[in-house]
Design a protein around this ligand. Structure first.
Ligand code: ACM
Length: 699
């Protein structure tokens, strides 16, 4: 059950965002993300000072102690206080007493108990958990509770009991289309733990790269990776790093399609002769395993056997998506095999392949996970179906008896807003499933596909949006207030930087290279207003390959541009009142004047830096939009209706401005449209016009 805080407390938070601040008379708020199952915040505080010390009173093991040490370092960095790192055994002298019943599972499973309780009084915080993983989750909540004001750092008094809604809460990172070194993976694992996600889905083989060292079949990584692969020692290191943070690692080796790099070294296992080369383009390619040959299964058995020793998780992802069937259709031998076996089509052939694979996985102690294309009644019921093409396959699978995880709606490369993703629920209230079927929905996974990411910009695609999805997967379904999510997301976003994430700092570094100067203020101002294109839009605008530099403004701009929300809120406040609210009117006027100025300075910058050409069209649009915005404000403030021709010409301008320029689209067009439409509505001065909420400006 969720309880709301009842007593006003003042939580002054670090950071520049207005969203992150609240005044003493505002409704009582915490800034925990994900919101715990039950949370009560009381007036009063537990001060944090030099006397701060931690005690572990029951179960104590190395993983728990390492987790506490990491938390202490973050607490010190944030508070600037130096305190003892000695972990006491006696709770009486500790400010944080931790009581853990036992270590939890030797290999974390979906049944691991992640629950905890955290009680903060004016004397002491007490964290209790049945397992070390539960304690790790509670430590993250403890760190999120830390607040500060003029008197110093403190924890508000709190009573929290918490556990996740779904047992499977993951992030997929595709390290194949673009290589991501171990340090990128590690900092993202830190971030997953910070928002209580518990699965790292490691997409390790693709047409564009085979990223794991295989000692049994060394031509896989030697010929399939451009030398960019994880050694077995690195795999062990990452798996151990993840376990230390209560995160399971599920490897994906995509078969039978998306498989070209298997065949660069081992062409004989494909359905058509080679040679094969690492693919530099993105899309769907022909290289497909030959399901009719016994040696293919011996090979996969050998490979899975080798990898099973590296990846202790009970689940193994076989991919199974987007088989284009070209090689299967072209082969007379495969046609004859299908006929002999009574396999009526290629779907049946793939189901045959999957069943063989499932038996091999079983032999190695693994259960199969695959994309929704694998859904087939004959698969063992412990197979997990990952829905990416829509939510329907999730419920269909559940009805057939399969466990499922949702990824449709969680594709970060769609460059949607946090609000969009936040609204996607693996198990919405009206789900049409009975209790047993609903119980098969294990959770969801965010997907970070690799076409347009590098170590430089990957964090800004994943974070902070993934924190909003993490809340959807951990917290109760009823935790759905978008404004409140935004308020807390701004705080979490800053905290993620503590862990080395570069989602906030990275864009500036990239802008300086692009502009060739430290004076990047106009570009930063532009990035407040624009968003990158979705993968599909970007590829249609100009095809990228694995070799394309990903350093343009479109690779730097972040989804969920700050001005989208800020402008929407100002427009809503301005239009809500009659006479018009002068404060929001003045703020809007300042914004529109700034756009006109920005248009001029960007145009001047683009003349000096050819790579900024993408900004030229936007600069011209912004200058015009700023002028139109100011005129609309004048009509509205004076209670006048704009002439029809004016409205028509400004709406046409908005349509032009809504089209993307380069790899960017303006995130503020729909808010401006509201103003212009309002200015043209007779008697508009007194009308309330709610914002349309989140509505992507782009096509
Ligand atoms: C997928 O996006 N092809 C799983």
């Amino acid at each position: 059950m969720r309880t709301y805080c009842t007593v006003a407390v003042l939580l002054m938070l670090a950071g520049p965002s207005a969203h992150a601040r609240q005044s003493a008379d505002a409704a009582p708020q915490h800034h925990l993300m994900p919101v715990p199952a039950s949370v009560r915040i009381e007036a009063g505080r537990l001060p944090l000072d030099k006397s701060f010390a931690v005690a572990v009173t029951r179960h104590r093991d190395a993983r728990l102690l390492r987790g506490i040490e990491r938390a202490l370092r973050r607490l010190q960095a944030r508070t600037g206080i130096e305190f003892s790192h000695e972990i006491k055994k006696d709770a009486a002298t500790a400010k944080l007493a931790i009581e853990v019943a036992g270590p939890g599972e030797a290999v974390q499973s979906i049944a691991e108990d992640e629950s905890y309780s955290l009680n903060v009084t004016a004397q002491q915080a007490t964290l209790k958990a049945p397992t070390v993983v539960g304690a790790l989750r509670g430590l993250e909540t403890f760190l999120q509770l830390v607040a500060r004001d003029a008197a110093g750092s403190f924890l508000p008094l709190a009573e929290i009991t918490d556990k996740p809604r779904f047992p499977w809460r993951g992030l997929l990172i595709d390290v194949c289309r673009h290589w991501q070194p171990v340090e990128v993976i590690k900092r993202n694992l830190d971030a997953l733990a910070a928002v209580k996600l518990n699965v790292f889905h490691w997409h390790l083989s693709e047409d564009q790269g085979f990223r794991v060292e295989s000692r049994r079949y060394p031509k896989l990584h030697e010929l399939g990776s451009d030398g960019l692969y994880y050694t077995q020692a690195q795999i062990r290191e990452v798996v151990a790093y993840a376990r230390d943070r209560g995160i399971r690692v599920v490897p994906e080796f995509d078969v039978p399609g998306h498989a070209t790099t298997w065949f660069v070294g081992y062409p004989r296992y494909a359905s058509a002769g080679g040679p094969y080369a690492i693919v530099r383009e993105f899309g769907i390619f022909d290289g497909t395993f030959n399901p009719t040959r016994e040696e293919v299964y011996r090979f996969l058995d050998g490979f899975i056997g080798e990898m099973a020793a590296l990846f202790p998780d009970a689940y193994w992802h076989i991919g199974g998506d987007e088989v284009n069937n070209k090689q299967w259709n072209a082969s007379r031998a495969i046609a004859a095999f299908k006929k002999r076996r009574g396999l009526k089509d290629n779907a049946a052939l793939q189901a045959y392949f999957n069943q063989r694979l499932s038996r091999i996985l079983s032999k190695h102690g693994k259960r199969m996970v695959g994309w929704d294309e694998i859904l087939h009644a004959d698969l063992p019921k412990n197979t997990v179906v990952q829905s990416w093409r829509g939510q329907k396959s999730l419920s269909e699978g559940a009805r057939q008896g399969f466990n499922g995880i949702l990824s449709a709606g969680y594709y970060l490369d769609a460059m949607e807003t946090s609000a969009f993703h936040y609204a996607v629920d693996p198990l919405p209230a009206a789900n049409g499933l009975d209790a047993a079927q609903a119980g098969r929905i294990l959770g969801g996974e965010v997907c970070m596909w690799g076409e347009l990411i590098t170590p430089e910009n990957i964090d800004s695609r994943i974070w902070p949006r993934t924190a909003a999805i993490a809340e959807r997967l951990w917290s109760m379904r009823e935790v759905a207030d978008v404004d409140d999510m935004h308020r807390r997301l701004d705080v979490v976003s800053l905290q993620l930087e503590e862990l080395g994430l570069t989602h906030l700092s990275g864009p500036d570094t990239m802008l300086r290279r692009l502009a060739g100067t430290e004076d990047i203020e106009p570009l930063r101002a532009l990035l407040r207003l624009v968003e990158p294109l979705s993968l599909g839009q970007r590829m249609r605008a100009r095809r990228a390959t694995q070799l394309t530099p990903l350093t343009s403004l479109g690779d730097i701009a972040c989804p969920d541009a700050p001005a989208r929300r800020e402008l929407a809120a100002l427009v809503a406040a301005f239009l809500r009142t009659a006479p018009r609210d002068p404060a929001s009117g003045e703020a809007l006027a300042r914004e529109f004047r700034a756009w006109v100025e920005l248009g001029r300075s960007l145009a001047a910058m683009a003349e000096r830096a050819p790579l900024l050409r993408d900004a030229e069209g936007l600069a011209a649009d912004l200058a015009e939009l700023g002028a139109a915005g100011q005129e609309a404000l004048t009509f509205l403030s004076e209670g006048k209706t704009s002439p029809k021709e004016w409205t028509a010409s400004k709406l046409a301008l908005l349509d032009r401005a809504a089209a993307h320029k380069g790899f960017l689209r303006l995130a503020v067009v729909s808010s401006l449209r509201q103003l212009i439409v309002a200015a043209g509505s007779s008697g508009s001065a007194g009308r309330s016009l709610e914002p349309r909420g989140h509505s992507p400006d782009g096509p």
